[in-house]
Design a binder for this molecule. Structure first.
Ligand code: ATP
Length: 442
């Protein structure tokens, strides 16, 4: 993890938020390369979940919505985690994670070992419940009537807008509504880099089905398989992915089933995505609380019902951490150790880098890079030796690097170097676009 965090900063993937003020725990900023990677992951999801399908449409809803939304969903009453304080070091921890959190004063011991097992001086308070929603006030007043929340998940406005979206999109059940957007949770102990933060982005899809057991089960199984495959298509190593079925006592009272897709992170197997059969609990709650009819009328069978939902819920930042951890490799090239990020071309921040061998060749090399920009995200790099530039782009994960040299002026060819094999080939400039297309498959 340390290597990953340091590479992420060094190459401009991720910085600590507000670093010059000492940082703010649980918040992160994405740099020039990080934002490209992030956008590529989001597009890969959106393309597969919305654009390539007939039965899923997208929305983009507001972060702050009517506070009754969170009363209906149950978040105001019970979106909380168990919390304990240590009377000795004054640390505050999520009670169900103390076996993994290091003690702030004695990092060689976990909080559990320091206090719970009495190997150290720690003494924990009773467990209390802590609501994770960030509160704010809308308008000039600062009283209860103005209290609102930053959304802790994106899906609730999909439920509250269900009727509007169904009507305008002319969709018939079964169909889904997808959204990518920011969520906020005042996590008690944000940790493991961007794995658990207080501001993050989610990619969620609610698939509405007839609330009958065989139909719900069929779609639940379909989405578990589809989402598991998506990670492999993203380029994640299959042996580092697994499914974990929630036991009956882990399920929310309304849920009929839940599977987590887990990844083997450097800190162990952890949840990446949850796929849940949520029954028709959410829509029913919003019907009850708002008094509005959110039921569905089936024109063919003339039946009216409140649809059930299969949800797929995934964090952008967690996926990005997975992509980083999975791509990270160290090998030896020409007797020198290198770090290389083996991103699949679809997510790589830059697809091609263009280097002039000498700054004297800046003009034709820049012209070549500009011509490639129309199709690919590229980077022009003329700083340091060619070897240094290769190393830099290996760490950024750029699949192909093109060098324009003095010979190129004569023979109209360039050298293309492959990030993974480090093999170099001379390619005619007028064939370069076709070559890139063949190799990147984009
Ligand atoms: P946990 O129990 O670990 O706190 P959860 O099971 O409540 O999390 P969900 O509500 O199912 O999480 O969230 C769906 C997805 O959103 C998660 O699988 C994860 O990818 C992402 N996510 C949730 N919380 C965070 C967070 N604090 N930081 C980053 N991503 C998160």
């Amino acid at each position: 993890m340390e290597k990953l965090v340091s590479l992420a900063k060094r190459r401009g993937f991720i910085f600590q938020s507000s670093e010059i003020y000492g940082g703010i725990n649980g918040f992160w900023d994405y740099g020039p390369v990080g934002v490209e990677l992030r956008n590529n992951i989001k597009s890969f999801w959106w393309q597969r979940m919305v654009r390539l399908r007939d039965d899923v449409v997208g929305v983009d809803t507001s972060i702050i919505c009517h506070p009754q939304t969170w009363v209906a969903s149950g978040h105001v009453a019970s979106f909380s985690d168990p919390m304990v304080d240590c009377k000795t070091c004054k640390g505050r921890f999520r009670a169900d994670h103390i076996e993994a959190i290091p003690c702030p004063q004695k990092p060689s011991l976990t909080v559990q070992a320091c206090a719970g097992d009495k190997k150290g001086p720690g003494e924990l308070t009773e467990v209390r419940q802590f609501n994770l929603m960030f509160e704010t006030f809308v308008g000039a007043l600062r009283d209860d009537s103005a209290r609102a929340y930053l959304r802790p998940e994106t899906c609730q406005s999909i439920f509250t807008q269900f009727k509007n979206v169904q009507i305008v999109s002319r969709q018939k059940i079964p169909f889904g509504i997808a959204q990518i957007g920011k969520s906020f949770r005042n996590e008690i102990t944000p940790r493991n880099f961007i794995f658990r933060s207080r501001e993050f982005e989610q990619m969620e899809m609610e698939f509405f089905v007839k609330p009958e057991e065989p139909e719900m089960q069929k779609w639940y199984e379909y989405w578990v398989a589809e989402r598991f495959q998506w990670f492999q298509d993203l380029g994640i190593k299959p042996d580092k992915l697994r499914q974990r079925v929630h036991s009956q006592d882990e399920l929310a009272h309304y849920a009929k089933g839940c599977v987590d897709v887990e990844y083997q992170f450097p800190f162990g197997w952890s949840e990446l995505e949850g796929i849940a059969n949520r029954s028709n609990y959410d829509l029913s709650q919003h019907i009850k609380t708002s008094g509005k009819d959110l039921s569905y009328f089936d024109e063919t069978t003339k039946e009216k019902y409140v649809p059930a939902v299969v949800e797929t819920s995934l964090g952008v930042d967690r996926t990005l951490l997975t992509v980083l951890a999975d791509a990270y490799a160290e090998d030896v090239v020409e007797g020198e150790e290198r770090v290389v990020m083996r991103f699949s071309p679809a997510v790589a921040p830059y697809k091609v880098a263009v280097f002039p061998l000498s700054r004297k060749l800046a003009e034709p090399a820049m012209a070549l890079e500009k011509s490639l920009r129309k199709r690919y995200v590229t980077d022009y790099d003329d700083v340091g030796s060619i070897g240094k530039r290769y190393r830099r782009h290996d760490e950024i994960g750029t699949p192909l690097a093109v060098t324009y040299d003095f010979q190129s002026e004569e023979d109209k060819q360039v050298t293309v170097r492959d990030r993974d094999t480090t093999k170099q080939e001379r390619i005619a400039i007028d064939r370069l676009e076709d070559y890139l297309k063949d190799h990147l498959k984009l």
